[in-house]
Design a protein around this ligand. Structure first.
Ligand code: FNR
Length: 346
Protein backbone atom coordinates (compact mmCIF):
# COMPACT_ATOMS: atom_id res chain seq x y z
CA UNK A 1 0.00 0.00 0.00
CA UNK A 2 1.42 3.39 -0.96
CA UNK A 3 1.28 5.66 2.04
CA UNK A 4 4.61 7.41 1.70
CA UNK A 5 5.52 10.89 2.64
CA UNK A 6 6.56 12.41 5.91
CA UNK A 7 6.83 10.06 8.89
CA UNK A 8 3.78 11.68 10.53
CA UNK A 9 1.75 11.09 7.37
CA UNK A 10 2.92 7.51 6.94
CA UNK A 11 2.12 6.88 10.61
CA UNK A 12 -1.39 8.32 10.20
CA UNK A 13 -1.91 6.12 7.14
CA UNK A 14 -0.78 3.03 9.02
CA UNK A 15 -3.12 3.80 11.91
CA UNK A 16 -5.98 4.48 9.51
CA UNK A 17 -5.31 1.22 7.72
CA UNK A 18 -5.49 -0.64 11.03
CA UNK A 19 -8.62 1.20 12.21
CA UNK A 20 -10.76 1.17 9.09
CA UNK A 21 -12.94 -1.56 7.65
CA UNK A 22 -10.88 -2.81 4.67
CA UNK A 23 -13.60 -1.84 2.19
CA UNK A 24 -13.68 1.68 3.62
CA UNK A 25 -9.88 1.92 3.50
CA UNK A 26 -10.06 0.90 -0.15
CA UNK A 27 -12.71 3.56 -0.82
CA UNK A 28 -10.47 6.28 0.62
CA UNK A 29 -7.14 5.01 -0.70
CA UNK A 30 -8.16 3.78 -4.11
CA UNK A 31 -8.23 5.29 -7.55
CA UNK A 32 -9.81 4.55 -10.89
CA UNK A 33 -8.87 1.70 -13.19
CA UNK A 34 -5.36 0.39 -12.78
CA UNK A 35 -4.50 3.36 -10.55
CA UNK A 36 -1.83 4.60 -12.96
CA UNK A 37 -2.79 8.23 -12.44
CA UNK A 38 -3.01 7.77 -8.68
CA UNK A 39 0.60 6.54 -8.68
CA UNK A 40 1.70 9.13 -11.25
CA UNK A 41 0.73 12.00 -8.97
CA UNK A 42 3.20 10.99 -6.25
CA UNK A 43 5.81 9.79 -8.74
CA UNK A 44 5.85 13.15 -10.53
CA UNK A 45 6.97 14.88 -7.33
CA UNK A 46 9.58 12.21 -6.70
CA UNK A 47 11.04 12.91 -10.17
CA UNK A 48 11.67 16.62 -9.48
CA UNK A 49 14.52 18.10 -7.47
CA UNK A 50 14.83 21.52 -5.91
CA UNK A 51 17.74 23.74 -6.91
CA UNK A 52 18.27 25.78 -3.75
CA UNK A 53 19.50 29.35 -3.59
CA UNK A 54 22.11 30.23 -0.96
CA UNK A 55 23.14 33.21 1.15
CA UNK A 56 19.71 34.79 0.92
CA UNK A 57 19.34 35.84 4.57
CA UNK A 58 16.15 33.83 4.86
CA UNK A 59 15.82 33.91 8.64
CA UNK A 60 12.52 32.37 9.71
CA UNK A 61 10.41 31.93 6.57
CA UNK A 62 6.91 33.38 6.62
CA UNK A 63 4.50 30.77 5.25
CA UNK A 64 1.40 32.96 5.20
CA UNK A 65 -0.44 33.58 1.93
CA UNK A 66 -3.59 35.43 0.90
CA UNK A 67 -5.96 33.58 -1.37
CA UNK A 68 -9.21 35.07 -2.71
CA UNK A 69 -9.30 37.45 0.22
CA UNK A 70 -8.61 34.64 2.69
CA UNK A 71 -5.57 34.97 4.94
CA UNK A 72 -4.01 31.51 5.32
CA UNK A 73 -1.23 30.60 7.73
CA UNK A 74 0.33 28.39 5.04
CA UNK A 75 -0.25 27.55 1.37
CA UNK A 76 -1.79 24.16 2.23
CA UNK A 77 -5.58 23.69 2.20
CA UNK A 78 -7.80 20.70 2.91
CA UNK A 79 -9.16 19.18 -0.32
CA UNK A 80 -12.81 18.15 -0.43
CA UNK A 81 -13.19 14.48 0.41
CA UNK A 82 -16.43 12.56 0.87
CA UNK A 83 -17.81 10.67 3.86
CA UNK A 84 -15.74 11.85 6.86
CA UNK A 85 -18.02 10.04 9.31
CA UNK A 86 -16.96 6.83 7.63
CA UNK A 87 -13.43 7.63 8.78
CA UNK A 88 -14.28 8.93 12.27
CA UNK A 89 -17.46 9.57 14.27
CA UNK A 90 -16.45 13.22 14.63
CA UNK A 91 -16.89 13.56 10.88
CA UNK A 92 -16.37 16.75 8.91
CA UNK A 93 -16.72 18.91 12.03
CA UNK A 94 -13.69 17.19 13.56
CA UNK A 95 -11.72 17.99 10.41
CA UNK A 96 -12.97 21.58 10.46
CA UNK A 97 -11.78 22.11 14.04
CA UNK A 98 -8.29 21.07 12.90
CA UNK A 99 -8.49 23.41 9.90
CA UNK A 100 -9.41 26.29 12.19
CA UNK A 101 -6.57 25.46 14.58
CA UNK A 102 -4.16 25.44 11.65
CA UNK A 103 -5.63 28.66 10.24
CA UNK A 104 -6.26 27.20 6.84
CA UNK A 105 -9.29 26.57 4.65
CA UNK A 106 -11.28 23.35 4.58
CA UNK A 107 -13.15 22.64 1.37
CA UNK A 108 -16.35 20.85 2.39
CA UNK A 109 -17.37 18.08 0.00
CA UNK A 110 -20.90 18.05 -1.36
CA UNK A 111 -20.82 14.42 -0.19
CA UNK A 112 -20.18 15.43 3.43
CA UNK A 113 -21.87 13.33 6.09
CA UNK A 114 -22.80 16.29 8.31
CA UNK A 115 -24.90 19.37 7.57
CA UNK A 116 -22.79 22.29 6.38
CA UNK A 117 -24.28 24.44 9.17
CA UNK A 118 -22.82 22.05 11.79
CA UNK A 119 -19.43 22.11 10.12
CA UNK A 120 -19.54 25.92 9.93
CA UNK A 121 -20.40 26.12 13.64
CA UNK A 122 -16.78 25.14 14.36
CA UNK A 123 -15.76 28.60 13.15
CA UNK A 124 -13.46 27.20 10.45
CA UNK A 125 -12.97 29.05 7.17
CA UNK A 126 -14.94 26.90 4.73
CA UNK A 127 -15.27 26.71 0.98
CA UNK A 128 -18.02 24.50 -0.45
CA UNK A 129 -17.45 21.95 -3.21
CA UNK A 130 -20.28 21.46 -5.70
CA UNK A 131 -21.03 18.81 -8.28
CA UNK A 132 -23.59 20.80 -10.30
CA UNK A 133 -26.73 18.67 -10.31
CA UNK A 134 -28.89 18.08 -13.38
CA UNK A 135 -31.81 19.36 -11.30
CA UNK A 136 -30.65 22.98 -11.53
CA UNK A 137 -33.18 24.29 -9.02
CA UNK A 138 -31.98 21.83 -6.40
CA UNK A 139 -28.34 22.52 -7.28
CA UNK A 140 -28.89 26.26 -6.82
CA UNK A 141 -30.61 25.62 -3.50
CA UNK A 142 -27.54 23.71 -2.26
CA UNK A 143 -25.31 26.62 -3.26
CA UNK A 144 -27.53 29.13 -1.47
CA UNK A 145 -27.58 26.90 1.62
CA UNK A 146 -23.77 26.71 1.68
CA UNK A 147 -23.52 30.46 1.22
CA UNK A 148 -26.03 31.09 4.02
CA UNK A 149 -24.04 28.76 6.29
CA UNK A 150 -21.03 31.02 5.79
CA UNK A 151 -18.97 29.22 3.15
CA UNK A 152 -16.74 31.80 1.49
CA UNK A 153 -16.11 30.32 -1.95
CA UNK A 154 -17.62 27.76 -4.29
CA UNK A 155 -15.40 24.98 -5.65
CA UNK A 156 -17.05 23.53 -8.74
CA UNK A 157 -15.73 20.08 -9.61
CA UNK A 158 -15.56 19.72 -13.38
CA UNK A 159 -13.68 16.43 -13.82
CA UNK A 160 -16.63 14.17 -13.05
CA UNK A 161 -19.14 13.93 -15.93
CA UNK A 162 -19.59 10.34 -14.71
CA UNK A 163 -18.23 8.44 -11.70
CA UNK A 164 -14.75 7.03 -12.28
CA UNK A 165 -14.43 3.25 -12.43
CA UNK A 166 -13.12 2.35 -8.98
CA UNK A 167 -12.12 -1.29 -9.26
CA UNK A 168 -11.54 -1.73 -5.52
CA UNK A 169 -15.07 -0.58 -4.71
CA UNK A 170 -16.49 -2.91 -7.36
CA UNK A 171 -14.55 -5.82 -5.95
CA UNK A 172 -15.63 -4.98 -2.39
CA UNK A 173 -19.23 -4.30 -3.34
CA UNK A 174 -18.89 -0.86 -1.72
CA UNK A 175 -21.70 1.11 -3.28
CA UNK A 176 -23.12 3.36 -0.64
CA UNK A 177 -22.89 4.67 2.91
CA UNK A 178 -23.89 2.27 5.69
CA UNK A 179 -27.22 2.85 7.44
CA UNK A 180 -27.18 5.86 9.73
CA UNK A 181 -24.85 7.89 7.51
CA UNK A 182 -26.05 10.12 4.69
CA UNK A 183 -24.98 12.99 2.46
CA UNK A 184 -26.63 15.52 4.72
CA UNK A 185 -26.37 18.43 2.31
CA UNK A 186 -28.35 16.54 -0.33
CA UNK A 187 -31.63 16.75 1.62
CA UNK A 188 -34.32 18.50 -0.37
CA UNK A 189 -37.38 20.44 0.79
CA UNK A 190 -39.13 17.20 1.74
CA UNK A 191 -36.22 15.95 3.88
CA UNK A 192 -35.36 13.19 1.40
CA UNK A 193 -31.65 12.67 0.76
CA UNK A 194 -30.99 12.85 -2.96
CA UNK A 195 -28.18 10.96 -4.64
CA UNK A 196 -25.16 12.98 -5.75
CA UNK A 197 -25.62 12.75 -9.52
CA UNK A 198 -22.79 13.20 -12.01
CA UNK A 199 -23.91 15.19 -15.02
CA UNK A 200 -22.38 14.32 -18.40
CA UNK A 201 -24.25 17.27 -19.96
CA UNK A 202 -22.33 19.78 -17.84
CA UNK A 203 -20.90 22.66 -19.89
CA UNK A 204 -19.59 26.21 -19.64
CA UNK A 205 -23.18 27.45 -19.61
CA UNK A 206 -23.47 25.96 -16.13
CA UNK A 207 -20.44 27.93 -14.97
CA UNK A 208 -21.98 31.11 -16.35
CA UNK A 209 -25.23 30.21 -14.64
CA UNK A 210 -23.52 29.75 -11.26
CA UNK A 211 -22.12 33.25 -11.59
CA UNK A 212 -25.69 34.54 -11.49
CA UNK A 213 -26.67 32.26 -8.59
CA UNK A 214 -23.90 33.27 -6.18
CA UNK A 215 -21.70 36.21 -5.40
CA UNK A 216 -19.06 33.89 -3.93
CA UNK A 217 -15.72 33.46 -5.69
CA UNK A 218 -15.88 30.45 -8.01
CA UNK A 219 -12.99 28.00 -8.36
CA UNK A 220 -13.01 25.30 -11.04
CA UNK A 221 -11.52 22.06 -9.75
CA UNK A 222 -10.25 19.42 -12.14
CA UNK A 223 -8.67 21.45 -14.92
CA UNK A 224 -5.63 19.82 -16.59
CA UNK A 225 -5.56 21.23 -20.16
CA UNK A 226 -4.21 24.74 -20.78
CA UNK A 227 -7.01 25.48 -23.28
CA UNK A 228 -9.55 24.85 -20.51
CA UNK A 229 -7.56 27.11 -18.21
CA UNK A 230 -7.87 29.89 -20.79
CA UNK A 231 -11.62 29.26 -21.13
CA UNK A 232 -11.99 29.30 -17.35
CA UNK A 233 -10.45 32.77 -17.21
CA UNK A 234 -12.72 33.94 -20.06
CA UNK A 235 -15.76 32.61 -18.19
CA UNK A 236 -14.83 34.58 -15.11
CA UNK A 237 -13.51 31.84 -12.84
CA UNK A 238 -11.80 33.34 -9.80
CA UNK A 239 -9.26 30.53 -9.46
CA UNK A 240 -8.40 27.09 -10.82
CA UNK A 241 -7.47 23.85 -9.15
CA UNK A 242 -5.26 21.63 -11.29
CA UNK A 243 -6.52 18.22 -10.22
CA UNK A 244 -7.25 14.73 -11.50
CA UNK A 245 -9.40 13.98 -8.44
CA UNK A 246 -6.55 12.10 -6.80
CA UNK A 247 -6.54 9.58 -9.67
CA UNK A 248 -10.16 8.62 -8.98
CA UNK A 249 -11.72 9.73 -12.26
CA UNK A 250 -9.84 9.31 -15.57
CA UNK A 251 -7.18 6.66 -15.07
CA UNK A 252 -4.41 7.45 -17.53
CA UNK A 253 -4.85 11.18 -17.02
CA UNK A 254 -1.69 13.25 -16.73
CA UNK A 255 -0.24 13.75 -13.25
CA UNK A 256 -1.18 17.11 -11.82
CA UNK A 257 2.44 18.26 -11.45
CA UNK A 258 3.09 17.50 -15.12
CA UNK A 259 -0.04 19.47 -16.07
CA UNK A 260 0.70 22.46 -13.83
CA UNK A 261 3.33 24.45 -15.81
CA UNK A 262 1.25 24.67 -19.01
CA UNK A 263 -1.86 25.64 -17.06
CA UNK A 264 0.07 28.30 -15.14
CA UNK A 265 1.48 29.65 -18.41
CA UNK A 266 -1.98 29.78 -20.00
CA UNK A 267 -3.40 31.63 -17.02
CA UNK A 268 -0.47 34.03 -17.01
CA UNK A 269 -1.05 35.24 -13.47
CA UNK A 270 -4.60 36.50 -14.17
CA UNK A 271 -6.09 34.27 -11.45
CA UNK A 272 -4.56 32.00 -8.79
CA UNK A 273 -3.78 28.42 -9.78
CA UNK A 274 -3.93 25.73 -7.09
CA UNK A 275 -2.96 22.09 -7.43
CA UNK A 276 -3.70 18.83 -5.61
CA UNK A 277 -2.74 15.16 -5.93
CA UNK A 278 0.11 13.27 -4.31
CA UNK A 279 1.39 16.04 -2.05
CA UNK A 280 2.97 14.27 0.91
CA UNK A 281 5.85 16.45 2.17
CA UNK A 282 7.16 19.99 2.27
CA UNK A 283 9.33 19.61 -0.81
CA UNK A 284 6.24 18.54 -2.79
CA UNK A 285 4.52 21.75 -1.72
CA UNK A 286 7.61 23.80 -2.59
CA UNK A 287 7.97 22.20 -6.04
CA UNK A 288 4.30 22.89 -6.81
CA UNK A 289 4.65 26.51 -5.71
CA UNK A 290 7.84 26.95 -7.73
CA UNK A 291 6.11 25.63 -10.86
CA UNK A 292 3.27 28.11 -10.65
CA UNK A 293 0.83 27.15 -7.88
CA UNK A 294 -0.32 29.73 -5.34
CA UNK A 295 -1.23 26.97 -2.90
CA UNK A 296 -1.86 23.23 -2.74
CA UNK A 297 -4.55 20.98 -1.30
CA UNK A 298 -4.18 17.62 0.41
CA UNK A 299 -6.83 14.91 0.34
CA UNK A 300 -5.93 11.46 1.58
CA UNK A 301 -3.41 12.52 4.27
CA UNK A 302 -6.19 14.46 5.99
CA UNK A 303 -8.51 11.45 5.85
CA UNK A 304 -5.74 9.30 7.34
CA UNK A 305 -5.25 11.81 10.14
CA UNK A 306 -8.98 11.87 10.81
CA UNK A 307 -9.28 8.09 10.89
CA UNK A 308 -6.15 7.81 13.04
CA UNK A 309 -7.12 10.34 15.67
CA UNK A 310 -10.00 12.69 14.84
CA UNK A 311 -9.18 16.39 15.17
CA UNK A 312 -5.80 15.69 16.78
CA UNK A 313 -4.90 13.33 13.97
CA UNK A 314 -5.70 15.94 11.31
CA UNK A 315 -3.79 18.57 13.26
CA UNK A 316 -0.75 16.30 13.44
CA UNK A 317 -0.80 15.90 9.65
CA UNK A 318 -1.18 19.63 8.98
CA UNK A 319 1.48 20.62 11.51
CA UNK A 320 3.92 18.05 10.12
CA UNK A 321 3.44 19.52 6.64
CA UNK A 322 3.88 23.03 8.00
CA UNK A 323 7.10 22.23 9.89
CA UNK A 324 8.55 20.41 6.90
CA UNK A 325 7.62 23.21 4.50
CA UNK A 326 9.30 25.71 6.82
CA UNK A 327 12.51 23.65 6.78
CA UNK A 328 12.37 23.25 3.01
CA UNK A 329 11.91 26.98 2.40
CA UNK A 330 14.82 27.76 4.72
CA UNK A 331 17.09 25.23 3.06
CA UNK A 332 16.02 26.29 -0.43
CA UNK A 333 16.68 29.95 0.30
CA UNK A 334 13.08 31.13 -0.02
CA UNK A 335 11.89 33.53 2.69
CA UNK A 336 8.27 33.27 1.51
CA UNK A 337 6.24 30.90 -0.66
CA UNK A 338 6.23 33.53 -3.42
CA UNK A 339 10.04 33.47 -3.56
CA UNK A 340 10.02 30.02 -5.15
CA UNK A 341 10.48 30.25 -8.91
CA UNK A 342 10.52 27.72 -11.79
CA UNK A 343 14.33 27.92 -12.13
CA UNK A 344 14.52 26.35 -8.65
CA UNK A 345 13.18 22.99 -9.91
CA UNK A 346 15.19 20.47 -11.91
C1 FNR B 1 -11.88 12.81 -3.10
N1 FNR B 1 -11.92 13.92 -3.95
C2 FNR B 1 -13.10 14.63 -4.08
N2 FNR B 1 -13.15 15.73 -4.86
C3 FNR B 1 -14.30 16.44 -4.98
O1 FNR B 1 -14.32 17.44 -5.68
N3 FNR B 1 -15.42 16.06 -4.29
C4 FNR B 1 -15.44 14.97 -3.49
O2 FNR B 1 -16.46 14.66 -2.88
C5 FNR B 1 -14.26 14.20 -3.39
N4 FNR B 1 -14.23 13.07 -2.61
C6 FNR B 1 -13.05 12.39 -2.44
C7 FNR B 1 -13.02 11.30 -1.59
C8 FNR B 1 -11.82 10.65 -1.34
C9 FNR B 1 -11.80 9.50 -0.40
C10 FNR B 1 -10.63 11.08 -1.99
C11 FNR B 1 -9.32 10.42 -1.72
C12 FNR B 1 -10.68 12.14 -2.85
C13 FNR B 1 -10.69 14.40 -4.61
C14 FNR B 1 -9.92 15.36 -3.69
O3 FNR B 1 -10.59 16.58 -3.56
C15 FNR B 1 -8.52 15.67 -4.23
O4 FNR B 1 -8.60 16.08 -5.57
C16 FNR B 1 -7.54 14.49 -4.12
O5 FNR B 1 -7.80 13.73 -2.97
C17 FNR B 1 -6.11 15.00 -4.08
O6 FNR B 1 -5.23 13.95 -4.09
P1 FNR B 1 -4.51 13.34 -2.76
O7 FNR B 1 -4.04 14.49 -1.91
O8 FNR B 1 -5.54 12.49 -2.09
O9 FNR B 1 -3.40 12.56 -3.35
Amino acid sequence: ERSGGLPALAEAAAKAHAALDPAHWDFFAGGAGEERTLRANEDAFACRRLVPRVLREVGEPDLAVDLLGEPLSMPVLIAPTAFHRLAHPGGEAATAVAAAAAATVMVVSMAATQPVEEIAATGAALWFQLYPQPDREFSDAVVRRAEAAGCRALVVTVDSPVFGRRERDRRNGFLDLPPGLACENMRDGTGRVRDVVMDPALGWAQVDRLRAVTGLPILLKGVLHPADARLAVEHGADALIVSNHGGRQLDGAVSTLDALPAVAAAVGGRIPVLVDGGIRRGSDVAIALALGASAVLVGRPVVWGLAAGGTDGVRAVLEALRADLRDVLTLAGAPRPGALTPDMVA
